[in-house]
Design a protein around this ligand. Structure first.
Ligand code: PAF
Length: 278
């Protein structure tokens, strides 16, 4: 496995590759990322993973400085996982001057995560487009854990006619069903024991819908109340159409329940797809 830190060397190295599958990450890797690598291996002869904590997608009040960085451990995991090339640029390589040219995502980016993380999707979309231009993959793999991000990147590719496939990887969960996330490292032992409640709240809504309940608002409010009673600060719990992330109608079939809430200082997100017709 090669670790490359500058754009010119990466481009030179990738010229030799017939097909490239790409896994963009912010590092601090876990089994969820490795599952994306395994999907990438099925898509192309050369797998490139990037590790870059993207300042553009963090609001000034967020955890850019604290975000866990573990390049040596990450490279070991990626090497064992069979990645061919790691692209791990310094900030100056990707942003040699202030990134003034920003990509404006569609209005859906101002809802859910976007309502609570101003500028987040502008930052993600701008970086992801730069990475796609640098790596020029035929396929790129993103986790469903960041469901809205996956949706917005699919729209980016579709609306800007980018020549690559976006492939989705399922969320990987701990044995108690907590979705794996780099930010789980922030949880104290006590918080970690409570963290599964977000999954449980979403699960309850999923079960309700699958049992025929269409009072979405009531189910969302009940889930919020329940989390608040266990000391969570809830940003949103929302049932949305799976393909558009628009509000749901009673006769919609493919839905997704999404949630974001804070436990102490740690903000967790999760989601569950619901097939209401089943
Ligand atoms: O999902 C992430 O880790 C990041 O948002 C991404 C896509 C690597 C962009 O920084």
């Amino acid at each position: 496995m090669e670790v490359i830190t500058d754009i010119r060397s990466l481009r030179r190295r990738l010229k030799r590759q017939a097909s490239i599958a790409f896994v963009p990450t912010m590092g601090s890797l876990h089994e969820g990322h490795l599952s994306l690598v395994r999907i990438a291996q099925q898509k192309a002869g050369c797998v490139v993973a990037s590790i870059f904590v993207n300042r553009l997608q963090f609001a000034p009040t967020e955890d850019f400085d604290q975000y866990p960085r573990a390049l040596a451990d990450d490279c070991r995991l990626l090497k064992d996982g069979g990645v061919d090339i790691v692209f791990a640029p310094e900030e100056k390589a990707l942003y040699p001057s202030p990134q003034e040219f920003m990509l404006e995502p569609p209005p859906i980016a101002n809802t859910l995560e976007g309502e609570f993380r101003t500028g987040f999707f502008r930052g993600v979309a701008t970086l992801v487009l730069k990475l796609f231009n640098i790596v020029q993959p035929q396929a790129a793999v993103f986790g469903k854990k960041d469901y809205q991000q996956l949706h917005i990147i699919r729209e980016l590719v579709r609306q800007l006619n980018l020549p690559l496939d976006i492939v989705a990887g399922d969320t990987v969960r701990a044995s108690d069903n907590l979705a794996l996330s780099s930010r789980n490292r922030y949880l104290s032992n006590e918080e970690r024991a409570k963290a599964v409640r977000l999954y449980q709240a979403l699960s309850q809504i999923k079960q309700g819908i699958e049992a025929g309940n269409r009072n979405f608002h009531e189910m969302e409010e009940k889930a919020k109340e329940s989390l608040r009673s266990y000391d969570w600060e809830v940003d949103y719990i929302a049932v949305r159409q799976r393909d558009t992330l628009a509000s749901v109608q009673a006769d919609d079939e493919d839905m997704v329940v999404l949630g974001a809430a804070r436990l102490g200082k740690t903000r967790l997100i999760d989601n569950l797809e619901v097939a209401a017709g089943i």
